[in-house]
Design a protein around this ligand. Structure first.
Ligand SMILES: *Cc1c(COP(=O)(O)O)cnc(C)c1O
Length: 356
């Protein structure tokens, strides 16, 4: 079978040979008893990289955000979220369903930020009518906002406001290494003074499964209990953690290649008549573009579009697949499975998708 150039997401990345090798040699134990040395090693390494006291392995980014927010926010309190945030959009309403946590959705600007003035003015005063504002969650890089990275200055400003108001700051850093590398800043500086972060091993870092939460020792102590309550306490989880260690050791620095490839794609797409994209918006590995509405799309090239009644559609062409996120708006994500040689093919197939 021919290999499709799969730009649907960086989650499609497969474990590297080195990961498979390390999985087969991993030292294992029961991680609910905290006796899996490989998990302990991964957590230690992750917390050091993030400059935080402690860390916890969880099965997914979704659980990482849920566990973190459950740990910060008592039932009936309010968390501030961007209206384009992954936690608001794509996590099945977990914080409300399992935590009884009320979300206050504030408008995300196109660079993934929320205006500081809006954050300030939406923090609740002490009044019997109001839920207490307990936390804010920031997304970095911002998936739905062009993969934009938040800057250290912006994060610091949000932390300052939050501290003044005794609120916690969580960072949904599913792609935090993309954010750090694109700005040439050490990841621990980028997230300095945040109360917690979740990041994914299973996206651009190419590990098969797993995300990490980092925070203070005390925070992780309570997070571990919430993880258990949600069924995320895993036994010989060193199987997963060993690939995560390889991910942190070998896969972080190469992410810059994904950003270069994304730039090349954006430049190629910008030249196609009928496509709207601003290549200056492409800062990391996520590329959104629009096909002008009046352009009909060549149906013959679409081998199939799965899930036809609901976005996102999967666009599967001869050699390339990607997502249509909303009508006429498409997303490509570069990752270690995409090579320089693939880029020309991607551009020419997308060009042929538009009937001229
Ligand atoms: C992918 C993603 C998550 C969730 O990660 P899963 O491992 O897919 O559950 C959370 N936040 C953002 C911004 C993401 O892109």
């Amino acid at each position: 079978m021919k290999n499709i150039i799969d730009l649907r997401s960086d989650t499609v990345t497969m474990p590297t040979g080195k990961m498979l090798e390390s999985i087969s040699n991993a030292q294992l134990g029961d991680d609910v008893f905290q006796e899996d040395n490989t998990v302990n090693e991964l957590q230690k390494k992750a917390s050091q990289m993030m400059g935080m006291e402690d860390a916890l392995l969880v099965p997914s980014g979704t659980m990482g955000n849920l566990v973190s927010i459950l740990t910060h926010c008592p039932r009936g309190t309010e968390i501030i979220l961007g209206d384009q945030s992954h936690t608001f959009y794509y996590e099945a309403g977990g914080i409300s369903a399992f935590g009884g946590i009320h979300s206050r959705q504030l408008k995300n600007q196109r660079d993934g930020t929320i205006k500081l003035s809006e954050i300030k003015s939406s923090i609740r005063i002490d009044n019997v009518h109001f839920p207490k504002t307990s936390a804010i969650s920031l997304e970095n890089t911002h998936n739905l906002c062009n993969g934009y990275p938040l800057t250290q200055n912006y994060i610091q400003d949000v932390i300052d406001i939050s501290k003044e108001n005794k609120m916690k700051v969580h960072i949904d850093g599913a792609r935090i290494f993309n954010a750090a590398i694109s700005q040439n800043i050490d990841v621990s500086n980028l997230i300095k003074d945040a109360d917690s972060i979740t990041f994914c091993l299973s996206k651009g870092l190419s590990a098969p499964v797993g995300s990490i939460i980092c925070g203070s020792e005390k925070f992780i102590y309570y997070a571990r209990r919430n993880r258990k309550a949600l069924g995320g306490g895993m036994r010989q989880a060193g199987i997963i953690a060993s690939a995560g260690i390889v991910a942190l050791e070998n896969m972080v620095n190469r992410i810059k290649e994904d950003h270069i490839n994304a730039q090349v794609l954006a430049e190629g797409l910008e030249k196609i008549d009928g496509i709207t994209i601003n290549k200056n918006d492409i800062k990391t590995n996520i590329i959104y573009f629009n096909i002008d509405e009046h352009r009909s799309r060549s149906k013959s090239l679409l081998k199939q579009t799965i899930n036809k009644t609901q976005y996102p559609y999967e666009i599967i062409m001869n050699d390339v697949s990607f997502l249509e996120i909303s009508p006429n708006r498409f997303r490509l994500v570069t990752h270690c499975g995409i090579t320089k040689d693939d880029l020309g093919i991607v551009i020419s197939e997308i060009k042929s998708m538009i009937e001229h």
